[in-house]
Design a protein around this ligand. Sequence first.
Ligand code: C2E
Ligand code: MG
Ligand code: MG
Ligand code: MG
Length: 288
Amino acid sequence: RAKMEGRGTWRFFEPAMDASLQRRRALELDLREAMAKDEFSLFYQPLYDLNLDRICGFEALLRWHHPKRGLVPPDQFIPIAEEIGLICPLGEWVLNRACEQAVTWPSEMKLAVNVSAVQFRDPDFIDVVVNALAASKLSPRRLELEITESVFLANSNETLATLHKLKAQGLRIALDDFGTGYSSLSYLRSFPFDKLKIDKSFVRDATATHGSKSIVRAVISLGKSLGMTTIAEGIETVEQLNHMRAEGCNEAQGFLFSHPVPVTEIAAKILELRNGFKPPAVQKAMAS
Ligand code: C2E
Ligand code: MG
Ligand code: MG
Ligand code: MG
């Protein structure tokens, strides 16, 4: 170990390094067993159609219930799953589970599923999608796959071919976290996206800073002119909602409408949001 080198500076850094490496190693070991131990579940967050003014679907969000650590957020374990080769079986489980679930919803409800760049590049990925649709009998028109700009770090001819094959199945492709990654406007011209998901960092600032406001306006108009739907993620306030609506954004998603919920609460969410959305203040006023 570094201590043996007898250098003061190394010794200074060592404990902190060790702690984070140990945590990561422990998570890695637990993650390898988590699937067999049935520690994963899917939560669902409503997608809201701003034009129809009603709920239009759900995004599936993966949760890991660690027996000792409690809930481990996906941002912490998905990168590990990608590194240790677990993301493909895990992603396949997510797709199968979410499609099985979505087929029980009213038919106008869409299902959005996140796909990791590593999973997207897997040669079996298209078969996995086709099989999930076939096994569940979910109409491909109800499925939306969310990918991030990181898929473009790899061979773009292959990426393009995969996107076309997926679209040929009849499903839609959304570009998640738009604006945070390696975005180049040329991707939007060359790749067949159906939807742009405006990242929550822009949504948060759009009502406060002029720069974010302009970016949001530009993204929405870009989406429109390219025939893509736009959705604003991370809507937390009525002000943000009103702003996105006024800017002509098509859909919205965020804690204001609902936090991600377990599958047992889906039916109640549909009932709650199918005839419009009453912001909490309005709900309170109506109750009193
Ligand atoms: P994402 O796909 O961009 O999902 C949106 C994230 O924002 C979710 O975090 C959601 O809970 C959170 N969120 C929703 N509304 C609000 C809001 O109003 N305010 C704030 N501050 N946050 C909000 P979550 O569930 O922790 O997921 C984080 C990321 O992990 C996801 O980002 C996605 O990239 C990834 N992820 C989640 N599930 C899966 C999965 O099944 N497969 C893959 N490959 N990645 C997944
Ligand atoms: Mg997403
Ligand atoms: Mg996102
Ligand atoms: Mg994200």
